[in-house]
Design a protein around this ligand. Structure first.
Ligand code: HEC
Ligand code: HEC
Length: 257
């Protein structure tokens, strides 16, 4: 009988091949699983950077450069109390971006052309870029329309405590965070939130203790929690019970939207 006996060499070649497949598979899975979950607002920030918006409206749209011809002496930022007089609704935000001003103001007839004009971007961006940009603008301006009272107060507490510095405007997604699992500080309204926060009890743990106990007790998750450069602070000493409730109300409301 003629039996094929694999040579020693073939055995080692196959073993090496097997190891190679495992290593590249693991590297690929690692890369895929750790892709940051991009929310529309995070994508919108990248669109704004690409289109040069921050040159005039300031870093992250938070405050504009000097404009000697403007009423306030500055190009308006996207946040702050005056923003609602510029854009009354989502349609007007789109008109600012596409046409350089909303129809309402054009028809009212501006007294004089601004010294630094707002460019008309029509033809320079596609529909998805436009809606991502509107999502980012809305997060910076906080102009969400009707907000229930507890959520409204929760937003003010989050602003006062600096949550948005890390989690991005309105909590819509933060910047890079070396050593963290996804590589950036998570959004409150993204998909990733569901992996990090199972229910309101865990949401409170994050805010009060700086982590959820379930993840802290898991060695793999703890490796990332402890290894990331920017750490979630434990706010227990600085929050009253009703304030925690309002923060939870705001985050829950933001997610429902
Ligand atoms: C060359 C400078 C410049 C650039 C670049 C620019 N803007 Fe403006 N923008 C202005 C000025 C000036 C105004 C105020 C115009 C006025 O008062 O008539 C304005 C007003 C606005 C407004 C309404 C007022 C406010 O701040 O809420 C929005 C919204 C806006 N810009 C969005 C954008 C977006 C989005 C981009 C990038 C896609 C952008 N702008 C790029 C100069 C600029
Ligand atoms: C110094 C930066 C920083 C500040 C300020 C901060 N956080 Fe965090 N937060 C983080 C980091 C980092 C994580 C952990 C992310 C991870 O492990 O992937 C986190 C996680 C969270 C989570 C878990 C789920 C998620 O998707 O974000 C919640 C909820 C949260 N923070 C709420 C808050 C609230 C509310 C405040 C303000 C009272 C706040 N954070 C202030 C950095 C910060």
């Amino acid at each position: 009988m003629n039996r094929v006996i694999p040579s020693r060499r073939a055995f080692w070649v196959l073993t090496a091949l097997f190891i190679l497949v495992c290593v590249t598979g693991a590297a690929w899975a690692n890369r895929f699983l750790r892709q940051p979950a991009l929310t529309p607002a995070i994508r919108g920030e990248a669109v704004a950077r690409k289109l040069g918006c921050f040159a005039c409206h300031g870093a992250e749209g938070q405050g504009g450069i000097a404009d000697p011809g403007a009423r306030g002496g500055k190009v308006p930022g996207w946040g702050g109390p005056t923003v609602s007089s510029y854009a009354k609704n989502e349609q007007e935000i789109r008109e600012w971006i596409l046409d350089g001003a909303p129809r309402r103001l054009k028809e009212a007839g501006a007294a004089h052309p601004p010294f630094i004009p707002m460019p008309a971007y029509r033809g320079r961006l596609d529909d998805r870029e436009l809606s991502d940009l509107v999502a980012y603008f809305t997060a910076v301006s906080g102009g969400f329309g009707d907000v229930p009272e507890a959520a409204y107060e929760g937003r003010a507490i989050a602003a006062r405590l600096g949550c948005f510095g890390c989690h991005g405007p309105s909590g819509a997604g933060g910047g890079p965070n070396p050593g963290s699992f996804k590589g950036h500080i998570p959004a409150w309204d993204g998909e990733e939130f569901l992996e990090l926060v199972r229910d309101d009890a865990e949401l409170r743990e994050w805010i009060l203790d700086g982590h959820a106990k379930r993840l802290w007790d898991n060695p793999a998750a703890r490796h990332f929690l402890e290894g990331q450069v920017v750490q979630m602070p434990a706010y227990r000493p600085h929050l009253k019970e009703d304030e925690v409730g309002k923060l939870v109300a705001y985050i829950r409301w933001l997610r429902k939207k």
